[in-house]
Design a protein around this ligand. Structure first.
Ligand SMILES: [Cu+2]
Length: 142
């Protein structure tokens, strides 16, 4: 009888986890904006610690007119160009590093310049997981 009860309890604990999505963002930072420009870029490490794939579909923020997920890609002439990434899927357990020259969050029309020591808040949106609030520290470029 005791064994059956334990099995029932285990089933209750396991079932809700079948479509469990947990996305973790760490080491979030943004570049200071260059005086006279109004575009910014944000970086972080994103990891899908859940048991199913999740797809990043957008970024929301109050600090800029618009924000998008971007990637740097080589064009036909061998030049690095930025391109919007409408969907970025992370498999279960996958980690992707957003960094200069690679994936980044692009901020268009930054309302107040990003200054070293301040912070920038934005929200990552997923097709299949809860939105995630991120606070990124403004750090000087190395
Ligand atoms: Cu960009």
């Amino acid at each position: 009888m005791k064994v059956i009860r334990q099995l029932a309890l285990a089933a209750c604990l396991v079932l809700p986890l079948s479509a469990w999505a947990e996305v973790v963002v760490s080491d979030a930072w943004v570049k200071p904006t260059i005086p006279g420009t109004e575009n910014g870029a944000g970086y972080f490490v994103i990891e899908n610690q859940g048991t199913s794939a999740v797809t990043l579909v957008g970024v929301e923020t109050d600090v800029a007119r618009a924000s998008e997920v971007h990637q740097h890609v080589m064009n036909d002439e061998g030049m690095m160009r930025m391109r919007r990434v409408p969907e970025l899927t992370l498999a279960a357990g996958e980690q992707v590093t957003f960094q200069p020259g690679s994936y980044h969050v692009m901020f268009f029309g930054v309302k107040n310049p990003f200054k070293v020591g301040s912070s920038v808040a934005f929200q990552l949106q997923f097709a299949d997981a809860d939105a995630l609030d991120v606070v990124a520290e403004v750090r000087p470029l190395k």
